[in-house]
Design a protein around this ligand. Structure first.
Ligand SMILES: Cc1cc2nc3c(=O)[nH]c(=O)nc-3n(C[C@H](O)[C@H](O)[C@H](O)COP(=O)(O)O)c2cc1C
Length: 355
């Protein structure tokens, strides 16, 4: 574990040693990766959208068996059983609840009353303002270069806007991989950085080696709406090229097949899936065909991340993949990021006139 200490509002809020977060990535951020990050002094976040409630309970126990350090769980605020999942986090004393979309004000209140730190992810300043007003403890802001669902504004522009707009700690995500990035984020006023792609590409991540090699060998990402109707940054691949060319009918047929497959792996009933779909549509401008396509994301991600079939699945990835060429352990990675950030900050102090 790095001896270097960067004390920030994030480390104080969550009780972790280093201001470095591993984000909740579906099928990727499981107990092994999360506990490796936690043991290395970072904030590891379990991805739960691809788990049933029982699987989430098992995963939380497994993390607790592997580490005594704080960790978090990423939740879908619009899941039909979000209330049960929140009850589980509270019962298990999970330190941080992270949300892929803005959670309702009551959910934030319930978690905070129980002492759980609430950190929603946002991709726009107005969403940050909204969740801050609702009582979120901190906000994770993802710029457009980030992997998975992503927005159009680059981190370098979105981050200062959000830092200026809210009075709570801001965690910067999208495009981070080294200590220079952490130092830069702190200079922008962030309380730390969060990384997805960089942690996927570690020796502790359970993604099959063959798939990690595809990431290391691919420099290009594309933003496609053909996976689930929303902008999604993924590695450029033959499959993605085919999806981009396929028409609406082919897309809906694939979505139906994937909805049936997701029903099987998730153990959900059609009734529960329809109820989840209704919750997804609520307050958003989504058609039923877009809701149906939402099942594409977990199934196409699983094909690559779990089944090891990059030819049959999509590989969510940030643009940062183009500058990553190794598979360090989480401990080695966090240590070198924090040490480099401290070095960069110390070196720049000599730029001050008279020093
Ligand atoms: C493979 C993969 C899966 C992801 N799955 C999720 C998810 O389930 N929920 C979520 O909130 N974000 C998800 N994301 C987005 C990340 O949590 C994170 O915000 C993003 O990767 C940050 O950008 P970076 O890749 O440049 O570090 C995913 C990203 C990747 C690369």
């Amino acid at each position: 574990m790095s001896g270097q200490v960067l004390d920030t509002p994030l480390t104080r809020l969550t009780g972790v040693r280093h201001p470095v977060v591993q984000t909740g990535m579906g099928w990727v951020a499981g107990p092994r990766l999360v506990s490796a990050v936690a043991n290395a002094g970072g904030l590891g976040i379990l991805a739960s959208a691809t788990m049933t409630l029982d699987q989430l309970a098992h995963a939380i126990h497994e993390v607790k068996d592997r580490t005594g350090a704080p960790f978090g769980v990423n939740l879908r605020a619009d899941a039909a059983d979000a209330g049960d999942r929140i009850g589980l986090l509270i019962k298990e004393g999970v330190r941080v609840a992270s949300f892929a979309l803005a959670p309702k004000q009551e959910l934030i209140g319930r978690l905070k009353d129980a002492g759980v730190v609430v950190i929603p992810s946002v991709g726009a300043r107005r969403h940050a303002e909204k969740v801050a007003a609702w009582g979120a403890d901190a906000v994770l802001v993802q710029g457009g270069e980030g992997g998975g669902h992503t927005g159009p504004v680059a981190t370098t522009l979105l981050l200062p806007q959000v830092v200026d707009a809210v009075g709570i700690p801001v965690i910067a995500a999208g495009g981070f991989f080294d200590g220079r990035g952490l130092a830069a984020a702190l200079c922008y006023g962030a309380a730390g950085v969060a990384m997805g792609t960089r942690f996927l590409l570690t020796s502790d991540s359970s993604v099959p080696d063959a798939v990690k090699q595809v990431y290391l060998g691919t420099a290009e990402t594309v933003v496609t709406r053909q996976v689930d109707g929303m902008p999604h940054r993924v590695l450029r691949s033959d499959l993605v090229d085919v999806l981009e060319r396929s028409g609406r009918i082919g897309g809906l047929a694939r979505a139906l097949r994937n909805a049936a497959a997701f029903k099987k792996v998730s153990g959900m009933s059609w009734r529960a899936m329809v109820s989840d779909g209704r919750a997804m549509r609520h307050g958003r401008d989504l058609s039923w065909s877009q809701v149906l396509m939402a099942a594409n994301t977990p199934m196409l991600l699983k094909a690559a991340m779990v089944d090891g079939r990059p030819d049959l699945g999509v590989m969510a990835s940030g643009q940062v993949v183009s500058v990553i060429d190794d598979l360090p352990s989480c401990a080695g990675l966090i240590e070198r990021i924090v040490a480099q950030a401290a070095e960069v900050i110390a070196a720049r102090q000599s730029c001050l006139a008279g020093s």
